[in-house]
Design a protein around this ligand. Structure first.
Ligand code: SF4
Length: 360
């Protein structure tokens, strides 16, 4: 397929790796923000083909992984209520809360349904006026436009039985938190191409300048990733810290302005807790005042839940680039994809799941 097959061409990837070898004079630590990129790196074996001077650490850009346990527990509490149709993307059903997951709720008689779009949940609300339909609105900037659209549609249709359990997070505040940490090791960032397709990269020059790190917008195929690493390393070797775009076939600096306008209308920026990491100031979105009536947390009064994380799980340190999955004592033993203790083992984009699946 045009725009995909050539970015998987082994000869072109090898040419990029050779250029990288010629450029390197010393070790560098880079972080790929996005879990999709982590998965692509491990699946394609790039982590084993890169020159030893390059250490890739894996960032927090996996929506399932960073959704706080409290939100999962709130989802479980709402989904267990009689009369509720609880809808979600499929990958959230296996994420364990403090005691169970959404599959358990469904097995116990709860009406939990997988949808492919929040607009499907709006349709369900229209078709079931005597039921409460709730959509689990998680994710980064990539899912926010469709989730915002669902609220606008429900608002326009006057639906009173539709609500959203919101747990949206934003990439730029997480980058600032990682770079500002005293334990930070990251010297350059591969920014997430799909996030930038929506949001552009106009927010990044300030981050690059403040923390003096290069940031390169990077895609998801092996050649995209090698090109992103090469562009980052070239800057590092020259002592530069600019924003680059190695995914120009999908990303512009301004991004998708109508989508951004829709997000700004429906959501407002709030402090948000990231699973395993903690609260990052102004790193998330909640519903704007105009759309509070669609807030499932208020409608179902589930604010006060105190969850219990597994004491073995070090996912928070993995998501900040401080540790790797094999540093966890539970990896592959107590914690496997069949019996995950933490969200990074549940999600296909989670670093622990990728290392387990591809035998790292
Ligand atoms: S292997 Fe499991 S317990 Fe360990 S960090 Fe990963 S998800 Fe957490």
């Amino acid at each position: 397929m045009k725009y995909v097959s050539e970015f998987r061409d082994p000869a072109l990837v090898e040419r990029g790796l050779e250029a990288l070898r010629q450029t390197l004079t010393r070790p560098w630590v880079l972080m790929e923000i996005c879990g999709g990129q982590t998965h692509a790196i491990v699946r394609s074996g790039l982590d084993q083909m890169l020159p030893p001077e390059i250490e890739l650490v894996h960032g927090p850009g996996c929506p399932v992984c960073v959704t706080p346990l409290e939100q999962i527990d709130k989802a479980l509490a709402i989904a267990s209520r009689p009369g509720v149709i609880f809808t979600s993307y499929g990958d959230m059903l296996r994420v364990p809360g403090s005691g169970q997951d959404l599959f358990n709720v469904r097995a116990a008689g709860g009406d939990v349904r997988v949808v492919y779009s929040p607009l499907d949940a709006v349709r369900l609300a229209e078709q079931n006026p005597d039921r409460e339909v709730v959509f689990f609105a998680i994710g980064f900037e990539t899912t926010a436009p469709a989730n915002a659209m669902s609220v606008l549609q429900a608002h326009a249709k006057g639906l009173k039985n539709f609500s959203v359990l919101v747990s949206h997070v934003r990439v730029p505040p997480a980058m600032r938190a990682i770079l500002g940490s005293p334990t930070n090791r990251v010297q350059g960032f591969l920014a997430a191409g799909h996030v930038c397709a929506v949001m552009g990269y106009w927010e990044y020059p300030t981050i690059a300048e403040t923390y003096r790190v290069p940031i390169v917008v990077t895609g998801f195929e092996p050649l995209d990733i090698v090109q992103g690493i090469l562009a980052t390393v070239r800057q590092l070797e020259r002592g530069e810290h600019k924003v680059g775009n190695a995914y120009a076939r999908a990303v512009t600096e301004g991004g998708n302005r109508p989508a951004q306008a829709m997000i700004r209308r429906v959501f407002r920026e709030v402090d948000r807790k990231w699973r395993g990491i903690g609260t990052i100031p102004m790193s998330g979105w909640a519903l704007a005042d105009e759309f509070q009536a669609f807030d499932a947390e208020e409608r179902f009064q589930v604010e006060d839940i105190a969850p219990q994380e597994s004491p073995l799980c070090i996912a928070g340190q993995i998501l900040q680039g401080m540790k790797k999955p094999f540093d966890c004592s539970a990896f592959g033993g107590e914690c496997t994809p069949e019996h995950p203790l933490g969200a990074t083992m549940v999600s296909a984009e989670g670093a622990c799941a990728a290392y387990y699946r591809y035998g790292r």
